[in-house]
Each structure stands twice: as C-alpha cells, then as structure tokens.
Design a protein around this ligand. Structure first.
Ligand code: DGL
Length: 271
C-alpha cells in the first residue's frame, strides 16, 4: 500500500469549471497526482435544492475517500455551500478545502475594498454564504450578490468560443453590481474562471477581479505541508479525469486550451 505522500489530491466539481482550481494546484504542486471528478450526470448543481446537492457531495466524497485521496478540494462554490460540513464529516482525517473561505481570505488580506460583488449560481447567491463568512470575519463593509445562470451555462460545458455572446452575457451579469459601485468582484463560481478574460474586458479597471483558485491551491499546499504529506520532488505527476455520464466531446482539448492541463486518463464511472 502506498504511503500518504504518494496518494493523489482529489478535486471535484459538477462539470469542467473545477479545472481552473486544478490548474492552480498543478502549478503550485507539480509533483502531485490529481484525481479530478466531474459529476456531469447531475449538472447543474446551481438551481437544485441544497439537500439534493449535499447528497451529490456525500456520494462524491465517499468515492474519493475510497480512492484514498490525501485531501479533497471542493472546486465548486455551490457544492461548498451545500456540502462542506458533510464532506468534512465523511472525510474524517482527510482535509477538505472549499471555495468560500479562500475567496473571503483573499479579500480580507488585500484589505482595501469597501463594496464587494459576488457572481455565482442561484444556490450560492441565495444561501448568503459569502455575506455570512464576511460577517464571521468581522468585515463590516457591503457585499452584493448576483446570480448569473446564463453566463455560467455556457462556461460550465466549456462552450467558450462564441466571444460575442459571452461578452454580452458577461455584461448582463456584472452590470447590476457595477451600478452598486463595487470595487472588487469575486468569481463565486468556478466556471467563471473560463471566461475571466472577457470579464476583465467588461469590468472597469478600478474593480479588481478576485478568482479564489490560487488561494485554494495555497491552502491545499499548506495542509499537505503541515502533515508532511507532500509528493516527492521530481515525481512524474498525472491527472486522472473521472466522470459520470455526459462528458463533453472535447474535454481534453478544452482542458489544454483553457487551462494548459494535460489529462492522462479519462475514466467513466458510475457512483
Ligand atoms: N461550478 C459550480 C460552482 O462553482 C457551479 C456549476 C453548476 O451549476 O453545476 O458553483
């Protein structure tokens, strides 16, 4: 049996957006194997009931722990909101990292904002999890959330080539928040990382775009280091892509084009 350092890092999302987080992890920790899980059969998580999404999270975490991953990254804001506590309960001694705390920490560490906007799925925005996490951290400024289902529908399946359409949907998505005078915009859905360049074009330069993916990778690195569970330097790392029914045909190409990730194996699975 392999020792803990040789095990893979488990990362999951409903679809392809979590590859943005995977890419940051791969850059920060190039010696680690990654087991990515995409639950296409249940996508989208965003409009579903919290209890239902928590059920998806439980099954995925059961699966990942059965593959003996050494940490679990919930690379999906909606799944973090609905299932982080449950995931921690199931994972036991395996650390679980979600999206909300790293995003909030990024804002707090910069310390210079007074009005923050968050874009995400209906599940994430309606939960008010971002507002609550800011309040827990004694941040007394304003947080405005806005759900953008149309923009993320395109991004979640990797359909990012229709620039004109993406540009229009990106404007529709951010304009209500710009009208509220935000000075930072949190990408509160991992799918938005795929369209970050367009979002940068439609948001004025006085508004900082906060993509929590890098802070998530930093948190994972810290958790592994503190346990002495890091992979060995120079180990050849691999990316395994597990998925339930519904894999988009051009997943490998999308991973390469959008995130410079090479998928070593695609494994259909039924959990
Ligand atoms: N990637 C997910 C997130 O970060 C949402 C996509 C979905 O609706 O399934 O919230």
């Amino acid at each position: 049996m392999l020792g803990r350092p040789e095990k893979p890092i488990g990362v999951f999302d409903s679809g392809l957006g979590g590859l943005a987080v995977t890419s940051e992890i791969a850059q920060k920790m190039p010696d680690e194997d990654i087991l990515y899980f995409a639950d296409f059969a249940n996508l989208p998580f965003g409009p579903k009931q919290r209890e239902q999404v928590e059920g998806f999270v439980s099954r995925i975490v059961d699966f990942l722990t059965s593959r003996e991953v050494k940490t679990i990254v919930i690379a999906c804001n909606t799944a973090t909101v609905a299932g982080l506590d449950k995931a921690k309960e199931i994972a036991g001694e395996i650390p679980v990292v979600g999206m909300i705390n790293p995003a909030v920490n990024t804002v707090l560490n910069r310390g210079c904002y007074s009005r923050v906007g968050v874009i995400g799925t209906a599940g994430t925005i309606n939960s008010s999890s971002y507002e609550e996490t800011f309040v827990k951290n004694n941040w007394k400024k304003t947080v405005h959330g806005h759900a953008c289902p149309n923009l993320l529908r395109l991004a979640e399946k990797g359909e990012i080539d229709d620039k004109e359409r993406i540009n229009r949907l990106a404007r529709e998505c951010v304009n209500p928040l710009l009208e509220k005078g935000i000075d930072a915009l949190i990408l509160g859905c991992t799918d938005f990382s795929c369209v970050k360049d367009t979002l940068k074009e439609v948001v004025p330069s006085r508004v900082d775009i906060i993509d929590p993916a890098r802070e998530v990778a930093r948190t994972v690195n810290e958790k592994l280091k503190s346990r002495d569970w890091m992979g060995k330097e120079g180990d050849e790392s691999q990316l395994f892509f597990y998925h339930t029914n519904g894999l988009p045909g051009e997943t490998r190409e999308f991973a390469k084009k959008a995130f410079n990730l090479t998928i070593d194996a695609i494994v259909p699975t039924d959990i």
